[in-house]
Design a protein around this ligand. Structure first.
Ligand code: NAD
Ligand code: DAU
Length: 330
């Protein structure tokens, strides 16, 4: 099977490539990645079954040529950071909307199977005391330019399924953690701050809740949907990992041998979503998927070890990332 992985030099895509090589001996992988600030060729394993093409998913010629030689497209490429979308939304429109459109058109032309990787943020947020969770029937209500652009890309996929009969599946996942995540994101930012002797930074009071899932569990679920999911269907991926940001910072500090309160509160993110929570019943019951990491502390400890052991990977990103946060006062 020839698999085209867009965004395969990013966090989740690179872990997906690694999982695919380890579990699919018949697969060859082409990564199409623009290698933006968030992409890193060093995250892609050196393996004869993998080829990296540096290019833009909005480039019709490149995309059409790669899709014409592919059996399956798994689409991870995106601008993915909410804070950046509040500073400059324009790359989010280009990549998440125009890029997804370009891929859909190529898949339509070549009748290629497509899997679209999306986020729970398209549903907006839940109140902290709401007993409910997001399901595939929850109305779209995105809050940020990032989540609005992802919501738009999901709707494009649905339209291509209905109007053109494209063989596509979709998945919307909650917050991922694990190796190879950019240090701009919450958990790696705090781990690498502590390694550097800097206190973790908590937005606002830290009451906001995220539903954490290990990246490998996200990716086994993506393969489950590709293998067994119904075409045209959206599956929500989550592992019942709800935690407040304050609880996460405290867990990181304790796991790294620091006092539990050794963090600073910083000004909140504008429009900050309160709570995300996924109901993954359909994925579990219809497709028989289950997460492997059931205990956040275990997955977090392995992630901390990875950042301690792989400073050469993240060190070149750290200074610029913290300077950008400093400019935002966060
Ligand atoms: P990331 O920012 O780590 O990686 C994105 C990758 O896409 C990078 O390698 C970047 O170079 C590449 N890219 C960006 N623009 C491109 C373009 N125009 N053409 C080609 N490549 C381009 O993101 P991530 O956290 O790995 O997220 C991957 C996908 O999963 C995204 O679609 C995101 O919306 C979705 N998602 C992420 C999470 C999460 O917690 N990180 C949760 C649910 C869904
Ligand atoms: O829910 C899925 C989404 O999860 C994905 O679609 C996004 O691509 C991914 O970036 C993530 O979005 P969040 O905005 O939830 O992730 P982030 O890591 O930026 O922040 C997680 C929470 O931590 C959020 O409530 C903001 C807070 N935060 C973040 C940073 C960087 C802090 O308190 N301090 C920080 O320094």
């Amino acid at each position: 099977m020839r698999v085209l992985v867009t965004g395969g030099a990013g966090f989740i895509g690179a872990n997906f490539v690694r999982l695919t090589l380890a579990t699919r001996p018949d697969a060859t992988v082409t990564v199409l990645d623009k290698l933006t600030y968030a992409g890193n060729a060093a995250s892609i394993p050196d393996d004869p079954r993998v080829t990296l093409v540096q290019g833009d998913i909005a480039d019709r010629e490149v995309v059409d040529s790669l899709v014409s030689e592919t059996d399956l497209v798994v689409h991870f490429a995106a601008e993915s950071h909410n804070d950046n979308s509040l500073t400059d939304p324009s790359p989010f429109i280009h990549t998440n909307l125009v890029g997804t459109f370009t891929l859909l058109e190529a898949c339509r032309a070549h009748a290629t199977r497509f899997h679209h990787v999306s986020t729970d943020e398209v549903y907006g947020d839940l109140a902290l005391d709401d007993p409910g969770k997001f399901t595939a029937d929850t109305p779209y209500n995105p809050s940020s330019p990032y989540s609005a652009s992802k919501a738009g890309s999901d709707l494009l996929v649905r339209a291509w399924v209905r109007s053109f009969g494209l063989a596509a599946t979709m998945s919307n996942c909650s917050n991922n953690y694990g190796p190879f995540q950019h240090v701009e994101k919450f958990i790696p930012r705090q781990i690498t701050n502590i390694i550097d002797g800097v206190r973790p930074k908590l937005y606002g009071a830290g009451a906001n809740v995220r539903d954490w899932i290990h990246v490998d569990d996200h990716n086994t679920a993506v393969w489950t949907v590709i293998d067994a999911g119904r075409v045209g269907q959206t599956y929500l991926i989550g592992a019942d990992g709800e935690l407040s940001n304050k609880a996460v910072v405290e867990a990181v500090l304790v796991a790294m041998g620091q006092p539990v309160d050794a963090y600073d509160h910083v000004p909140d993110r504008p429009g900050h979503d309160l709570r995300y929570a996924i109901d993954a019943t359909a994925l579990r019951e219809e497709l028989g998927w289950a997460p492997r990491y059931r205990d956040f502390a275990t997955g977090l400890a392995a992630t901390i070890d990875w950042y301690r052991d792989n400073e050469a990977w993240w060190r070149p990103l750290k200074r610029e990332t913290e300077l950008a946060y400093e400019r935002l006062g966060r």
